[in-house]
Design a protein around this ligand. Structure first.
Ligand code: BTN
Length: 233
């Protein structure tokens, strides 16, 4: 169903996919033990020392209308896999995965574009598994190891891929609505006041995640605002 290709060291698994998209088959998974130029959302660095799980799935579905929702599917798949290790992982909109308020997984999706045409998606995830040191990450972070969980990276990856591909075809056809219920079950922040930045800027109480996966906020004046891009800060 899918091929996994493993490397010791890469600059970035997302870069590898984008640079080799012509020769990669749909649903190829590129894994690296460490990355020398791991990249996060909004041009941030993703420190990628040995011990973390770093991978990118190359996807080139015929229907590309709902590519944007695959990051949210990945966050659902990662949470479901982590929860199998008795870890209470949940989503911070749109696609960060947290445990006890600290980040355990980040997801970066990038369109693969050839001759001005979207050829597919490089959907990358970095998960803190057993890195020796998380102190050099400049945001609250947690790993499975610091939570007392000894997980095999291969086992974790297989669980994530199983959960991801279970819903994949349905999301490609129908979009976020196909996983809205699963997403909402993993999203505990309804009713809390949040600020959104690093994309659109907004603030308000979380009222809903709509059928397209957008965050629905109500501001102090009662005005409803729907947010498509950015992140809760
Ligand atoms: C974020 O939260 O900012 C997203 C982090 C994404 C990191 C992963 S690690 C595998 C893949 N390769 C990269 O260079 N980045 C993603």
């Amino acid at each position: 169903m899918y091929d996994i290709v493993e490397f010791g060291e890469l600059a970035s698994t997302n870069n590898y996919v984008k640079e080799n998209s012509k020769v990669l088959k749909d649903k190829t998974i590129i894994v690296a033990t460490r990355q020398t130029n791991g990249r996060g959302r909004f041009d941030r660095q993703w420190i990628s020392e040995e011990g973390g799980l770093y991978f990118t799935i190359f996807l080139k579905p015929e229907k590309t209308d709902f590519l944007i929702n695959l990051t949210q599917l990945m966050s659902v798949a990662v949470c479901r896999a982590l929860n199998m290790f008795e870890v209470n992982a949940y989503i911070k909109w749109p696609n960060d995965v947290l445990v006890r308020g600290e980040k355990i997984c980040g997801i970066l999706s990038e369109a693969v574009i050839t001759n001005d045409k979207i050829e597919g998606l490089a959907l990358g995830a970095g998960i803190n598994v057993s890195q020796k040191n998380l102190d050099n990450i400049n945001a609250p972070a947690v790993s499975l190891k610091t939570l007392g969980v000894n997980a095999e990276k291969k086992d974790l990856l297989n669980k994530i891929l199983f959960e991801f591909f279970k819903f994949y075809d349905c999301v490609i056809q129908k979009g976020f609505i196909a996983i809205r219920e699963e997403y909402i079950n993993l999203f505990p922040a309804f009713g809390s006041f949040v600020k959104v930045g690093a994309g659109e800027h907004a603030a308000g109480i979380i009222k809903d995640i709509d059928a397209a996966g957008r965050l629905v906020l109500q501001d102090g004046k009662g005005i409803i605002r729907t947010v498509l891009t950015g992140e809760i800060i």
